[in-house]
Every structure is written in structure tokens, then in C-alpha cells.
Ligand binder design. Structure first.
Ligand code: PEP
Ligand code: MN
Length: 337
């Protein structure tokens, strides 16, 4: 349920309502909107407590939340959530660009990537240190050594580090180095991992599972939010279909669809979404035109020799051109980049 507080409630009144809601066996999430304070009262109980909650003086109205996801829903928070970490701003009229190689491979490779994407205007640096690979014989990532290289690249460039965490056991380690924790598509429904990153107080970028519906995607985000981490970024990275001309099928309609249902910002990953470097640039501009709050793009100094995802990685020169094109689209739409 949505408990809408009267205008300008005191912190004591908010706390009093939180206590009452929790006494009813529900969880209370306080959301400070620009105009009003609302408390999401969530739990598996039905709306039997509506009258009881409405009877309090501090409460304006109590409404049911119709969507299956609650804290992620626009019903509870109509104003968009904006994620800011270092110079990376995702949402609120700003298109945040995260770029870098699929995997961290060496000091030279990540430094060169970081320098080039920074000059081109990216504000985030991607790079996997723990890699979820389809084959156990493929390169699995440099692990902690890779995290250290990412931190060194951040020290030099100031870019915010976005990197994947694959298991709850590594959450503490990855959190020590990352600015944004990435949850990969394969782990979108790893509920223990979602809860573990929900306890962290750093932004999480949740990638859509390759066969997940939008409701499943938003319910996965809800697992993170429910643990108190309000900084969740959704990432559409394409879904598995009958089609084989691309690695996955990238539905850009996800952007407007999600914006109608959630306040969380949405980033598009055209690299995994297409799997083909030549298809990436037009999908970047299209994503900006569709209203995406950010892009995550694979860029490698030497794509043919990349340890992973070379075929979909842009060269730094190609990335320069993409940024230029995207900026034109952003400008036309009064967005900053
Ligand atoms: C990645 O970002 O390199 C990655 C493994 O992505 P996904 O989880 O979307 O497949
Ligand atoms: Mn990749």
C-alpha cells in the first residue's frame, strides 16, 4: 500500500508511521519525493490494514499499489530516480555513457581503453574482472587483479568503475573497488545475489535476463530495493528469440515501456543486444532517441584480439564517432551527455 503523508510531515511523524506499519507485520520504505513523503507498506498481507492506516492524523490517503512490484513502481514514486556517481549521471535529462572492454585483460589494455573513452566523453568505465562465460574453458577474468587495474584506471581518469559481481561471496570484494555493481543477465534471478547487493550502499546496474519478461525484470529490481538499496539502474541488453542475424534481439520499446511503469533509470547495452560491432552505432543513437538514460558500450583497443566479445566491440575511433552522433541526438532532444 501507498501511505501518503500529509504535506511536510515531521521526521518524528514519519518514524511513528513506520513503527505502526512494521507492527502490522509489513515492511515500511520511506520515499521522499520532491513534493510529498510517501511510505510504501509492503508485505504478503492483503489490504486489510487500509482503514487502520488511514485513521491516523498524519496520513492523507492510503492507496493500494496495483503493480506486482511495489517500490520500483511509478505509483509509489512518480518522479524519476537519478543515479549520480562521480561524474556519471544516469537519468534526469542526462545520458550517462559507460564504455570499456568486455573483460579487463591487462594494465595496458584497460588504461588505453579508459583514456580513450574518457576523452570521447564517457563518464563510466566498464570492464569485467569476474566473467560469466558460457564455456568453462573460456577466459574467466582476471578476478581481484582485474579489480585493482580498474581502480588504477579510475585513479588516473576519474571515470566511475562499473563491474560485475557474480556471487554473494564476492560482494564485499567487488564493492571495495567498484562504483557501480553490475548484475549480469545470467544472474538476474539469482535472488540471494540480488539481496546481497541490496544491502550495499552503492548503485547497482541490473541487466535483464535473456528470457525475462518485464515483470520478472522489475521484480528482480524489487529484490534489491526491498533490502534498502534505492540506487538501481535497469539495463536492457537484448533477449533471446528465434532470430540468428544478431546475437540477441534488442527491444528499444523497453525504454518507453519501463518509463511508464518505473521511476528507475534505463540504460541500453547495444553491444550485447546486437553482438555485431557494425550494428552498435545506429542502435546507440536510436537508444538516445528512444529516451534511454544511459548507454553501456563495449570498446576495445584491439577488438580482433579481445579475450571476450571482440566481434561486438568498437574500436576507440569508432566510439569517438558514436559519441559525436549521440550528442547530436541528445542536443536535439534537450538532453545533456
Ligand atoms: C557483460 O556486460 O560483459 C556481460 C556479460 O553482459 P550480460 O550479462 O548482459 O550478458
Ligand atoms: Mn561482454
Amino acid at each position: 500500500m501507498i501511505v501518503l503523508m500529509k504535506v511536510n510531515p515531521s521526521p518524528e511523524h514519519v518514524q511513528m508511521m513506520v513503527d505502526r506499519i512494521e507492527k502490522m507485520g509489513l515492511k515500511a520504505h520511506v520515499i521522499h519525493g520532491t513534493e510529498r513523503v510517501v511510505i510504501a507498506a509492503v508485505g504478503d498481507k492483503r489490504d486489510g490494514n487500509k482503514e487502520a492506516l488511514e485513521s491516523y492524523d498524519e496520513v492523507d490517503k492510503v492507496m493500494p499499489i496495483l503493480a506486482p512490484y511495489k517500490i520500483a513502481s511509478v505509483e509509489i514514486k512518480p518522479e524519476p530516480t537519478v543515479i549520480k556517481v562521480r561524474d556519471l549521471i544516469i537519468g534526469g535529462g542526462n545520458v550517462g555513457v559507460i564504455a570499456g572492454p568486455c573483460s579487463v585483460e591487462s594494465e595496458e589494455q584497460i588504461m588505453e581503453s579508459a583514456r580513450r573513452v574518457k576523452v570521447a566523453g564517457a563518464k563510466g568505465l566498464r570492464g569485467g574482472a569476474f566473467k560469466p562465460r558460457t564455456s568453462p574453458y573460456s577466459f574467466q577474468g582476471m578476478k581481484e587483479e582485474g579489480l585493482k587495474l580498474l581502480a588504477a584506471a579510475r585513479d588516473e581518469t576519474g571515470l566511475a568503475v562499473v563491474t560485475e559481481v557474480m556471487t554473494p561471496h564476492h560482494v564485499e570484494l567487488v564493492t571495495a573497488y567498484a562504483d557501480v555493481l553490475q548484475i549480469g543477465a545470467r544472474n538476474m534471478q539469482n535472488y540471494h545475489l540480488l539481496q546481497a547487493v541490496g544491502e550495499v550502499r552503492k548503485p547497482v546496474m541490473l541487466k535483464r535476463g535473456a528470457s525475462a519478461t518485464m515483470d520478472e525484470f522489475l521484480l528482480a529490481a524489487e529484490y534489491i530495493l526491498d533490502q534498502g538499496n534505492q540506487e538501481v539502474i535497469l539495463c536492457e541488453r537484448g533477449v533471446r528469440t528465434f532470430e540468428t542475424h544478431t546475437r540477441f534481439t534488442l527491444p528499444l520499446a523497453s525504454v518507453p515501456y519501463l518509463k511508464q511503469r518505473t521511476h528507475l533509470p534505463i540504460v541500453i547495452d547495444p553491444s550485447h543486444g546486437t553482438g555485431v560491432a557494425s550494428l552498435v552505432p545506429p542502435m546507440c543513437t536510436a537508444a538516445v532517441a528512444a529516451g534511454a538514460d544511459g548507454l553501456i558500450i563495449e570498446v576495445h583497443p584491439d577488438p580482433p584480439n579481445a579475450a571476450s566479445d571482440g566481434a561486438q566491440s568498437l574500436t576507440p575511433d569508432a566510439f569517438d564517432a558514436v559519441m559525436e552522433q549521440c550528442r547530436k541526438v541528445a542536443n536535439a532532444l534537450d538532453l545533456t551527455m
